[in-house]
Structures are given as structure tokens and as C-alpha cells.
Design a protein. Structure first.
Length: 195
């Protein structure tokens, strides 16, 4: 018996799949899982985490893909995660452009608030795993601890007023931190260290 489920919020591009710099994942053929992402999702699922995706997808608002295209990509990546032993419980997208000033578009916290309203978790006990400063700001706005996925030196995020709790090289390391408190950078250690 694993007890009560815990929730974890994940950004999509740059955390689960490769981010296309300067562009968008507009079709399934462009959706490429990052190394260790499927294993990380499986580990979270095995440890009774309810994985919820919260992601900006302005490619729809910019007319580069349709809402149906986004839905098809989502259906296929969720199915592949399931086939590999993981489970995505829910997916929330903001499809607006930055200039639309949508309250759901990160760094605003609307997507996180919507997920919480529907699933009734507490932010203090729920991590957000992201790869950008907008993820950190959205997490900070609701009091949600954050994990940064980045290949940049971990110390580069430590001095931000909204610094992540830890910085890791990928989703598998983030999952390992959550379930084992291993395999990630710990900024609370003197000088920072990988633990």
C-alpha cells in the first residue's frame, strides 16, 4: 500500500520532450522524448505520484498548429508514456500568445490554479518541474517548490529571488530526487553539491 497519492506538476517542452529553440512542436514527428524522461515518468507513477502537465503552447495562438494538432500530439505522447509504464493524469495548456496577456500563461499561475482546483492538492506539498524562469515564477506565485531541469551550472539559478529548490540535468534525476532524495544538486549544501 503506497498511501495517499502525491501530485507533481511538469512543464512539457524541455522537461518531457526536446524543446525546439525558436519554434514549436507542431506535429507528432517533431515530438522527441528527452533521455530519461520516460523512465522518470515511470518512476513517479510507480511511487504513486499523479503527474499533471502544465504547459504554454502558443503555437496554436500563433496559427502554427491547430488545437486538434495539439490534441493529437498529446494523445500520442500520453499513450507512449502509458506503454512505458508511466501515467500522465491530466494535461493543461495555455495556447495564447504572450501579448494576449492570458492569466493562464506562465509566468502567471492560472494553469497551476486550475489544476489545483480540479485535483485538490496543496501547493506546499507539490513540486513543479520546469526548465525556464517562467516556470519558477509561476511556482513562486502559488508557493509551490520548484525543480529546475537544466544543463547550465546549478549555481546560475541559486541567486534568483525565486531560485529552484534543486537543479537537475533531466526528468529522471528530478524523479529520483522526489522519491529518494538522490541524484540532484542541493543548493543548501555549502557551495552546492550533487547528492
Amino acid at each position: 500500500m503506497l498511501g495517499m497519492p502525491r501530485f507533481v506538476l511538469l512543464d512539457r517542452d524541455g522537461v518531457i520532450n526536446q524543446r525546439i529553440v525558436g519554434s514549436y512542436v507542431t506535429c507528432w514527428e517533431k515530438f522527441i522524448f528527452l533521455p530519461g524522461a520516460l523512465e522518470g515518468l515511470r518512476l513517479l507513477t510507480e511511487k504513486n505520484y499523479h503527474v499533471t502537465v502544465v504547459s504554454n503552447q502558443a503555437g496554436v495562438g500563433k496559427g502554427l498548429m491547430t488545437a486538434d494538432d495539439l490534441q493529437e500530439i498529446t494523445r500520442k505522447f500520453v499513450k507512449e508514456v502509458d506503454a512505458q509504464g508511466g501515467r500522465i493524469r491530466s494535461v493543461y495548456y495555455c495556447t495564447h500568445r504572450a501579448e494576449d496577456d492570458c492569466p493562464c500563461r506562465k509566468p502567471k499561475p492560472g494553469l497551476l490554479l486550475k489544476a489545483q482546483a480540479e485535483h485538490h492538492f496543496t501547493f506546499e506539498d507539490t513540486f513543479l518541474i520546469g526548465d525556464s524562469e517562467s516556470d519558477l515564477l509561476a511556482a513562486q506565485a502559488v508557493g509551490c517548490p520548484a525543480i529546475m531541469v537544466s544543463n547550465a551550472p546549478p549555481a546560475s539559478f541559486d541567486k534568483l529571488p525565486h531560485a529552484p529548490q534543486v537543479t537537475v540535468p533531466g526528468l529522471l534525476a528530478a524523479a529520483a530526487y522526489l522519491v529518494n532524495k538522490k541524484g540532484c544538486y542541493n543548493p543548501s549544501e555549502r557551495g552546492g553539491s550533487w547528492v
